[in-house]
Design a protein around this ligand. Structure first.
Ligand code: NAD
Length: 530
């Protein structure tokens, strides 16, 4: 297998290799740190015009870029598959379809989602005050993305940032640079003004240059290790960061679930994208009394999956994206065996040879095993058992990660109850993995899975600054807390603490006499001073 990461590369080029064949897919120029800084400067200039571009014009451009993707979707799906190994079917279902949906959603709805909103301010509202919350674009948004969903992650974030009025500098993964350049191509075809979106191809060094180039927000998706490095570097310039990091997502299957459906879901949730999804099922907990039947159903399904080149239409599982990634998978499977788990199908000795890794189902997994703790990011499905509802939630929460989780049961009340006990950014009941594909709902994690959100209103708000506009219509009255102070002022504030700040209308009415007396005092003092 060709080793895209390890291979010595010309210093100024990034070469994209097909992990299934080792063939070169293409090469792009690597941006120097100076060029990255220049791109950010250009983006800052472009922001001055873009932020004033009306929402409907922004939307028109996004919809034209969307059309450009639609018109070449077969070749884009093929490119994604060749650059990172996933089946063409998944390039469509998990990259192209979700991002096309996201594009139409944010093109049509951003203006409304970010419309100024009146905010209730309690009894101050009765005193002539009003508050409106407005949202302002931040400036230049830097995006650094991984290779596993090389279109939908960077393009989705770019569209949200652009619709919110920001300009964008995007650094795609070095494993999928051509898909990254495709993003700038479709926007160019759509007539996006120059420098509003720039793609700076390169590796970690290029990414680091972008973080320190003075962007106004950094959207990072990738590993915990890189996320920590980025947070540290961003702290130097107080650059705000959203970190979308790894996961070790649990799937909890109760005995009363539709076990056939749950087994279908487990197999897809663990093996889609060859298990290289941040929200892959990486730990499965099945209720003890259903374990035997459920495990058999899972193994039967896993054994039917066809492993092969992603560009062949009937491949279910494509190549692992890099040699580095494959080694981690092998190490984790060996660790499972060493620590007493049982490999039921697949595993390191399988007939299916490199660069592919067979779907591997493991039983007798325990949370203390190393490979139940570290992110594997490969086609493995370790199964453990539980006896009670509370044990299920405890096992699911026994992790440093908190990205996504799923609960399977025919009792929806129980499903929602257990979902509420699991600390993860998304918990599905009788569904698995796919919700990054919903544009309307927030995506992000707890604990080491990162902070901040992308997608949904919450994700959009990461890309704007919040401004509170507060208006007082009763300018004929002074505020009771204004100068000058006196014994009467202290008495009034004491009353204010007891009555006004209680939130009760009854108490507020009782406070009015001291308020009027204080206002009269302020006026009297004012006229004496004059
Ligand atoms: P990675 O951290 O190795 O690389 C991600 C990006 O960061 C790449 O573009 C890389 O060039 C860049 N980078 C590397 N070092 C950098 C540095 N010092 N400064 C700035 N940028 C740097 O991750 P990966 O292998 O591409 O992706 C896999 C990881 O991403 C997994 O852990 C997976 O769980 C996570 N992921 C998370 C989500 C999510 O939404 N939470 C989604 C997809 C992937």
């Amino acid at each position: 297998m060709t080793k895209p990461i390890e291979k010595p590369l010309p210093a100024d080029e990034i070469i994209s290799f097909d992990p299934a064949t080792g063939e070169e897919v293409g090469r792009v120029r690597k941006f120097t740190s100076e060029e990255v800084a220049e791109a950010v400067e250009h983006a800052r200039d472009a922001f001055e015009i873009w932020k004033r571009t009306p929402f409907d014009e922004r939307a028109r451009i996004v919809m034209r870029a969307r059309q450009a993707i639609l018109s070449q979707m077969d070749s884009i799906a093929n490119l994604i598959s060749r650059e990172m190994g996933k089946p063409v079917a998944e390039a469509f279902s998990t990259d192209i379809v979700p991002v096309l949906d996201l594009m139409q959603y944010f093109a049509r709805n951003t203006e409304d989602l970010l419309a100024p909103r009146k905010r209730g301010i309690g009894y101050l509202g009765l005193m002539g005050r009003s508050s409106v919350i407005t949202y302002k674009p931040l400036g230049v948004v830097g995006i650094i993305s991984p290779w596993n969903f090389p279109l939908t992650i960077p393009l989705g974030e770019a569209v949200m940032a652009l619709m919110a009025g920001n300009t964008v500098v995007l650094k795609p993964s070095e494993l999928t640079p051509l898909t990254g350049e495709k993003i700038s191509e479709v926007f160019e075809a759509a007539g996006l003004p120059k420098h509003v979106l720039q793609v700076v191809s390169g590796d970690g060094e290029t990414g680091a240059a972008l973080v320190s180039a003075g962007v106004d927000k950094m959207m990072f998706t990738g590993s915990v290790k890189t996320g920590k490095a980025i947070a540290k570097s961003a702290a130097e310039t107080l650059t705000p960061v959203v970190l979308e990091l790894g996961g070790k997502d649990p799937m909890v299957v109760f005995a009363d679930a539709d076990l056939e459906k749950a087994a279908d879901a487990a197999v897809w949730g663990a093996f889609t994208n060859a298990g290289q999804a941040c929200s892959s099922v990486e730990r499965l907990y099945v209720e003890h009394k259903a374990a035997e039947r459920f495990t058999r159903l899972v193994v039967e399904r896993a054994q039917k999956l066809r492993v092969g080149k992603g560009t062949e239409p009937d491949s279910d599982i494509g190549a692992i994206s890099s040699e580095t990634q494959r080694k981690i998978v092998e190490e984790h499977v060996s660790a499972f065996e060493r620590e007493g788990a049982e490999i039921l199908t697949g595993g390191n000795d399988s007939d299916v040879k490199s660069p592919f890794y067979p779907p591997t189902v493991i039983s007798k997994a325990k949370n203390k095993m190393r490979a139940m703790r570290d992110e594997t990011f490969g086609p493995t499905l370790p199964i453990a058992t539980f006896k009670t509802e509370s044990e299920a939630a405890e096992l699911a929460n026994d992790t440093e990660f908190g990205l996504a989780a799923s609960v399977w049961t025919s009792d929806l009340a129980k499903g929602k109850r257990v979902a509420g006990k699991i600390l993860a950014g998304t918990v599905c009941v009788n569904e698995v993995l796919y919700t990054h594909g919903i544009a309307q709902t927030p995506w992000g994690g707890f604990k080491n899975s990162g902070y901040g959100r992308t997608h949904g209103l919450e994700g959009l708000k990461e890309l704007v600054g919040v401004q509170h506009i507060h208006v007082n219509r009763f300018t004929f009255l002074p505020d009771v807390w204004w100068f000058r102070y006196s014994k009467n002022a202290v008495d009034t504030f004491r009353e204010m603490a007891r009555k006004y700040a209680s939130g009760s209308l009854f108490d507020l009415v009782r406070f009015l006499p001291s308020m009027w007396s204080r206002i009269r005092d302020i006026r009297r003092q004012g006229s004496e001073d004059n």
